[in-house]
Design a protein around this ligand. Structure first.
Ligand code: ADP
Length: 525
């Protein structure tokens, strides 16, 4: 081969290599390769076809050929042998194929040289150079073309790898974005690089606000004692001895609600072993925490509240049963009635606990009938009247008070809880008024007392499970903090509302409404 050729070829190949590193646009790269190969081989046209997965070929780039003619040249690449020795592989009957193709396409191509594009022993395509006049291609020409074929093969392979990486990345992005768990990707300095949709939901912080900031600013986890977990116990800063990179803590969601999050970190290292990024999966464990707290509260309430009546019952029963003592009838009756009273309290507490757990499991069913609330209130008052001599009772229902649809047993429990509380939380006695009136399409029933009252800040909270006002007076009274939770659940299941008006030291009025034409279904809970 002439040195001049070699020099030109080197220049061309250099130009192609530069183009390859500068851009990955496959069509223009292949076109440049063809252009240079045609020129160095003194041809007029060139074509690159690529192999599909099924073994057939399709034209991918051309030079010096009319666009409409390209597909008509297909005899050149149709029905090629599938397997052969890659190195010596040739297009069989190439000259015949060319005369067929050029006649079909109406282009004056007379001579052709074709070489396979090979990557790791696999043919991924073919490069053709055409002459419409002059001498036939020589062995030298084939050798020259070989280098261009290699470049084209590398360009195609690069483009495919690039496409593959892109596809993988898009798939990974979609998995991260749509994962039910929160996922964030952090840089080595704990700046947030990715923040998925689940995390937006958990924290209320949109991705564009989170990305670029440090995770300890955005999540800002605190433990139950209010100490910053991110600043004192971040496992990325102080990896624990067992190597488990885990952190748990509370954060304030954008809407001000506290959520408990649990993070698992998995660090990624580069080839030199340096930390390159951290993938953190984040779970909202608020419900788990809540359930744990509830369990603890329940255990302490059960042990405290059940123990008191049981020990009173045991004390009285043990005394009354003594063989060596002869009790007069009056003492006996007094002891037995205390036992009965305490057993009633136990019964009520157990019923409340059972109802609360049924409610939680969604198993509280309502049996609707028409209720005569004034006489029901009268009966409940009569039940309580003998239990106290410090309180006076009055019932005041409007004469037009209508029958209301509701579950007899449950509404009786509601009244019983409210009247029981009115007595319990007015230790100095006073008047307890139970009344009702019609207000538009609903009735309102109230129970008022002249007792200790409830601070404004507590008036909503007391309807939550196991919530009691934290005061010495309340602590003296037995109670599990379940009564009002049940009242609220039952009333809401009936389609009504419940609330309290109260001023500390002046008494409280609890009110609930029930719809007159109850549209609630037969089954509720
Ligand atoms: P419990 O009475 O068993 O503690 P409840 O759910 O019935 O539970 O009541 C929750 C809390 O609400 C009580 O602990 C008490 O602090 C407050 N409370 C309820 N009723 C009254 C009332 N009539 N007057 C003052 N405080 C009340």
């Amino acid at each position: 081969m002439f040195p001049d050729y070699r020099l030109r070829q080197r220049d061309y190949l250099l130009q192609i290599s530069r183009a390859m590193t500068a851009r990955l646009d496959l069509p223009s790269l292949l076109k440049l390769i063809l252009e240079n190969a045609v020129e160095i081989l003194s041809g007029q046209a060139g074509l690159i076809v690529l192999r599909r997965d099924d073994g057939t070929f399709y034209p991918r780039a051309s030079y010096g050929l009319p666009v409409q003619a390209i597909h008509l040249l297909d005899p050149l690449w149709r029905d090629l042998p599938q397997t052969a020795d890659r190195r010596g592989w040739q297009v069989p009957d190439l000259s015949m194929r060319l005369s067929l193709a050029s006649a079909a396409a109406g282009v004056p191509l007379r001579l052709v040289v074709a070489l396979p594009l090979v990557i790791r022993d696999e043919i991924i395509g073919l490069i053709y150079i055409f002459r419409s006049r002059g001498a036939d291609f020589t062995v030298n020409d084939r050798q020259l073309l070989g280098d261009f074929a290699d470049q084209a093969a590398i360009a195609v392979q690069n483009a495919r790898l690039y496409q593959q990486v892109n596809d993988e990345r898009a798939r990974l992005d979609a998995i991260i974005e749509n994962s039910g768990d929160g996922v964030m990707i952090l840089g080595p300095d704990r700046t947030i690089h990715a923040w998925n949709r689940a995390l937006v939901g958990m924290t209320g912080v949109p991705a564009e606000e989170a990305i670029g900031r440090h995770c300890y600013e955005v999540l800002d986890l605190h433990n139950r004692q209010g100490v910053s977990v991110c600043h004192t116990a971040c496992p990325l800063v102080k990896p624990p001895a067992d190597g488990r990179l885990y952190a748990e803590g509370d954060t304030l969601r954008a809407d001000g609600i506290k959520v408990s999050l649990a993070d698992n970190y998995s660090p990624q290292y580069d080839e030199e072993g340096k930390l390159s990024s951290v993938i953190a999966s984040v779970r909202d464990v608020s419900r788990l925490r809540e359930a744990e707290e509830l369990k603890n509260t329940l255990l302490s309430i059960i042990s405290h509240e059940l123990k008191t009546p049981v020990s009173i019952i045991k004390g009285y029963a043990g005394t009354l049963v003594r063989q060596d003592a002869h009790w007069d009838k009056e003492t006996l009756m007094e002891g037995l009635s205390i036992i009965e009273e305490e057993a009633d309290k136990l019964n009520e507490l157990i019923n409340n606990l059972l109802d609360a757990s049924r409610l939680q499991a969604g198993g509280l069913k309502l049996q609707f009938t028409y209720l005569d609330l004034p006489s029901m209130a009268e009966q409940v008052v009569e039940k309580f009247r003998p239990q106290t001599d410090r309180h006076t009772f009055s019932t005041e229902f409007s004469p037009t008070f209508p029958p209301v649809r509701g579950d007899h047993e449950r509404i009786r429990e509601v009244l019983s809880n409210l009247i029981g509380n009115a007595i319990k939380y007015s230790p100095n006695g006073g008047q307890i008024r139970v009344g009702g009136a019609v207000e538009q399409d609903e009735v309102r029933v109230w129970v008022s007392d002249e007792g200790i009252g409830i601070p404004a800040t507590e008036q909503e909270r007391i309807f939550d499970r196991f919530t009691r006002v934290d005061s010495s007076l309340t602590r003296q009274m037995p109670g599990a903090g379940l009564g009002l939770f049940l009242v609220k659940s039952v009333i809401e299941a009936h389609g009504g509302r419940v609330w309290v008006d109260s001023r500390p030291g002046q008494g409280s009025t609890f009110s609930f409404t029930l719809p007159i034409m109850n549209p609630a279904p037969e089954v509720g809970g």
